[in-house]
Design a protein around this ligand. Structure first.
Ligand code: B12
Ligand code: SF4
Length: 537
């Protein structure tokens, strides 16, 4: 046997033994080796993955993220929405590659126009065009399917993600979409790509064991090593964002949480037609193994744990903090960001302290409101008092607060009361969080409020780009004086010094400019000067 064949033989033997003995960590380590050696993964994938793919295909994974970003914005990111790789696609890519398929990324943020998208399809001629979609991006996702079918009539189109999971018809009705995979895709998408004839137009993906799927294929974004250097908040760079679990057990009425409980589900044992939530954690060693790999590859110093809620199971968090220490991350000064809630912080201040000791620097808190009446109406299951105490706990522990507040929400009588928003801003004035993230209420499809607002005819226009997002700029429901609210918010931000948009620092931008090849530098300079009106080519 020559050395590469030997590696395959050993890996095959090891993976079978590991599967036999249920050794999840070994399987995930082997998955990493497979990802690091894509040439090998196809062969092993074919022999070991469940569902044995029959046809190897070229699969285009499409991110239609133009609603929160824009054409080419991913090339020179100014904001998190321009910057971060899409987890759904990096996870799906890893599983497709492990099954032997070839993957191609079409992220609209990295392209310049629809012509560019079509040219890439024409050039690459993928057999499958798979598009992910949040609500806010649905129009762009439909356009991606339509153009793919027009350019390559023989290609198979597949849609997935939260919006299509909640409403597959919204996609199928366009006539350019062949399959909607509802729920999670790591197990079932490679199977569909291997044998599309065996699947109906709409079906549920099999929820994966999170410790048995390969780590995210971050190199799907060829410049990932550069992306991690982008500064976010005050975390030390390089920064990666990582997920440790799927799902959230709370049911806040403004949130698409019930939609997520639809997304991360499995069939009930008593009736396979009924879907029930499967809230799942990755094991601590599995997350640590991924962090170690990221540290080896990118020398990471900052981590964003992008779970909806970081502290759900206390014992998991305690074990995780200890594991970070044991693995040397605390010693190396790795600092991190995570999200939590007022009630949870009050209930477990000791765990928050352990998190701080293990490197937690910024805690994003979903305060949402400081009016008990509004918190009850939102079914947030927290109180004004808990929110204030949670802030105090963080202040005492020296943890920076990232404060989330919803403004412009009508009360149960359908009326909006400015005093509720003023009460929230007063509390923020008192807390003085390091970061302030206000949003304007949106009855986002999938949330309880969407049904309520529709019933009460409160929705102002239903464009997915507007309803699917919460940025504090759009008019979304009747009865809110948005002009006044915007003025109040602008004055408040100015008074508190929050008005500057978080973006890359001047030093970072200069450094990035300096690293460019000479011709590109010249092009950028010309563009800047012509924008300023002082340059004529
Ligand atoms: C992390 C995160 C972000 C990050 C994104 C980081 C990144 N690198 O991708 C940031 C902070 C940038 C972000 C921004 C926003 N977000 Co966000 N975000 C999340 C969060 C917490 C996790 C998403 C995630 O990565 N999950 C893990 C991956 C693996 O799961 P997944 O995306 O569901 O993908 C799986 C399946 O859906 C399926 N699948 C997905 N796509 C496809 C495609 C095909 C073809 C197939 C077959 C399968 C498939 O397979 C995947 C693997 O199993 C979710 C909540 C949640 N728990 O899902 C909210 C969530 C997705 N965000 C939401 C919102 C509203 C936003 C914003 C619009 C907020 C705003 N500014 O107003 C923006 C804009 C987002 C956009 N692109 O349009 C909503 C979306 C609701 C909706 N109906 O659309 C969610 C559900 C939160 C909520 N509960 O309300 N977000
Ligand atoms: S707002 Fe946060 S805690 Fe509430 S359901 Fe959504 S993700 Fe869960």
């Amino acid at each position: 046997m020559n050395p590469p064949e030997m590696t395959i033989a050993y890996l095959t033997k090891d993976i079978i033994t590991a599967q036999h003995q249920g050794d999840k960590c070994l399987i995930s380590r082997i998955s990493c080796i497979l990802l690091d050696n894509p040439g090998r993964s196809g062969m092993i994938g074919q022999r070991t993955l469940k569902g044995l793919p029959r046809t190897m295909a070229k699969v285009a994974l499409v991110n239609p993220q133009l609603a929160s970003s824009g054409w080419t914005r991913g090339l020179r990111p100014r904001h998190m929405d321009d910057l971060l790789p899409r987890h759904s696609l990096t996870y799906l890519s890893a599983s497709l590659k492990a099954a032997g398929h070839t993957v191609l990324l079409l992220d609209l943020r990295l392209l310049s126009s629809w012509d560019d998208y079509e040219a890439a399809l024409e050039r690459e001629r993928p057999g499958f065009v798979c598009v992910t979609a949040h609500t806010s991006e649905m129009d762009y996702a439909l356009e991606c399917f339509a153009r793919a079918k027009r350019m390559l009539p023989g290609c198979v189109t597949v849609g997935g993600g939260i919006h299509l999971t909640m409403d597959p018809e919204a996609g199928l009705a366009c006539g350019a979409l062949d399959f909607v995979l509802r729920g999670e895709g790591e197990v079932s998408l490679p199977e569909l790509v291997g044998a599309p004839g065996q699947f109906p137009p709409t079906f549920w993906g099999e929820p994966p064991d999170l410790d048995r799927i390969p780590f995210e294929d971050r190199e799907l974004y060829p410049d990932y090593g550069e992306r991690v250097k982008f500064p976010l908040w005050d975390l030390p760079t390089p920064i990666v964002d990582v997920l440790t679990k799927r799902g959230c057990p709370w049911k806040c009425r403004f949130c698409c949480g019930p939609g997520e409980q639809n997304l991360y589900t499995r069939p009930a044992r008593y009736d396979p037609e009924v879907r029930i939530p499967t809230f799942r954690h990755r094991s601590v060693p599995h997350v640590i193994a991924e962090l170690e790999q990221l540290h080896r590859k990118y020398a990471i110093r900052g981590v964003i744990f992008h779970d909806d809620q970081f502290l759900i199971r206390k014992n998991w968090v305690i074990e995780f903090c200890q594991a970070l220490r044991d693995a040397g991350f605390v010693e190396r000064g790795i600092r991190w960001w995570a999200a939590s809630r007022g009630d949870v912080i009050c209930k477990f201040p000791d765990v928050i302290e352990r998190m701080r000791d293990a490197g937690l620097q910024i805690l994003s808190i979903g305060f949402e409101s400081f009016s008990d009446r509004m918190l009850d109406w939102m079914k947030k299951q927290t109180s004004r008092d808990q929110n204030l105490r949670a802030a105090e706990i963080c202040r005492t522990l020296g943890i920076d607060i990232f404060a989330n507040v919803i403004l412009g929400m009508p009360d149960s009588d359908g009326e909006w009361h400015l005093q509720d928003d003023l009460a929230s801003l007063d509390a923020i004035r008192e807390i003085r969080p390091r970061y302030f993230s206000p949003s304007f209420f949106s009855p986002i499809p999938g949330s309880w409020f969407h049904g309520w607002a529709k019933e009460n005819d409160l929705i102002l226009g239903a464009e997915p780009g507007v309803l699917g997002s919460r940025t504090p700029d759009e008019m979304r429901v009747r009865g809110v004086d948005y002009a006044r609210l915007k003025r109040v918010l602008a004055d408040f931000k100015k008074e508190m010094g929050y008005e500057a948009q978080p973006g890359p620092s001047l030093v970072f931008r200069l450094k990035r400019f300096w690293q460019k090849p000479f011709a590109e530098k010249l092009g950028t300079l010309k563009k800047k000067l012509s924008r300023a009106g002082s340059f004529r080519a």
